[in-house]
Structure formats: C-alpha cells, structure tokens
Design a protein around this ligand. Structure first.
Ligand SMILES: CC(C)(COP(=O)(O)OP(=O)(O)OC[C@H]1O[C@@H](n2cnc3c(N)ncnc32)[C@H](O)[C@@H]1OP(=O)(O)O)[C@@H](O)C(=O)NCCC(=O)NCCS
Length: 160
C-alpha cells in the first residue's frame, strides 16, 4: 500500500528540504537536458534568497508534499514581471517543482499545479506560464494535462 501524502503551504522551516530537492532537480536537468544549469546556484546567495523570498513574500507561492513527516516534493511559483511588449495585465510563473521519484505518476504533480493556478486565479492573474526543457516529456505532458498550451518556442544554438 502506498504511504499517504499531504500537501501543505511551505514555511521557512521547510527551506532546507526545498533546497535539497531543488539541487536534485537541477542535477537531473543538468544530466538529462541542459548542461548550462549552474549546480552552485541553489546553495549560493541568489538561490537561498530566491527560495526564502518566495516562501515569505505575498507574491510567492510555495507548497510542499510530505509523507511520514518527510518532505518528498515541492512547487514554487509567483507573480512575475510583465515584459514591456506585452499588454498591461497580471502575469505569474510556475517556476520549479520536483517530486521524489517514488511518488510520481499518482497525480500529485497535477494537484500541485492546480493549487498554483487556483492561487493565481485568487490573485487575479491573467496569464500563467511555465518553462520546461523541451525534452522533458514527463513534465511537459503533465503541464499540458493541467491546461497549459504551447505558447512560445525558444530555439537555442550552442556556439562553443
Ligand atoms: C514533473 C513531475 C513533477 C510530475 O509529477 P507527477 O506527480 O509524476 O505527475 P502526475 O502523476 O500528476 O502526472 C500527470 C501526467 O504527467 C505525465 N507523467 C507522469 N509520470 C510520467 C512518467 N513516468 N512518464 C511519462 N509521463 C508521465 C502523464 O502525462 C501523466 O498523466 P496521466 O496520469 O494521465 O498518465 C515529476 O515527474 C517530477 O518531479 N519530475 C522531475 C522534475 C521535473 O522534471 N520537474 C519539472 C521541471 S519544469
């Protein structure tokens, strides 16, 4: 039988666990999809500040998934800056999420995504976006099943 998981709003006490999981996410991205991911970012000044701000500030959204008292997943998002060429409206971004591999495929990712989009609706957000590596089929499929649609395609060329 699968152990029961609960989803709750993150507090500063969860930051250590969130950083650990974010490093796991970055290692995974670096190994499978994107060699430019900076593995020193998470525990550097910027990474630590980013996660703390997202937890404590009103423009951030952070939830964790717990099982038997242990944090096994997280999601982070928040209100984002409007790029100047887009019309005046409220924008938000689902910025990163990861679930321990033992807990995948049970609908938890989709539930976290819905919690974030519900928070966006409550905060009168007009547009919500998420960026994923094009090769990360698992994540892209999950986002599409959650209602996201192809919007931009970023093309990149490695020059050296
Ligand atoms: C992306 C992630 C959070 C999805 O969470 P999850 O709880 O496994 O997703 P769900 O169970 O809600 O799955 C919803 C859909 O995602 C896709 N999916 C989930 N697991 C999959 C797998 N192992 N293989 C392929 N697609 C998968 C399916 O389309 C699934 O739909 P279905 O349930 O109708 O089959 C999780 O796979 C993860 O942590 N991946 C590693 C980190 C990562 O890539 N994060 C996203 C960075 S942008």
């Amino acid at each position: 039988m699968k152990n029961k998981t609960t989803i709750r709003k993150a507090t500063v006490k969860d930051l250590d666990d969130i950083l650990k999981l974010n490093l796991l996410l970055f290692r995974n991205e670096h190994k499978k999809f994107d060699k430019s991911v900076d593995l020193k970012w998470t525990y550097g000044k910027e990474g630590k500040k980013y996660f703390k701000d997202r937890v404590v500030k009103r423009n951030g959204f952070v939830e964790v998934v717990a099982c038997d008292g242990k944090v096994v997943g997280y999601i982070v998002g928040g209100i984002s800056e409007r790029v100047s060429y887009r019309k005046s409206a409220k924008y938000a971004e689902l910025e990163n999420m990861l679930l321990d591999s033992k807990f995948r495929g049970q609908g938890i990712g989709r539930k976290l995504t819905k919690n974030f989009t519900d928070w966006c609706k409550k905060n009168k957000v007009d547009y919500v976006s998420v960026t994923a590596s094009a090769k990360n089929k698992q994540a892209v499929d999950m986002y599409k099943k959650s209602g996201f649609k192809d919007y931009n395609i970023t093309l990149e060329m490695k020059l050296k």
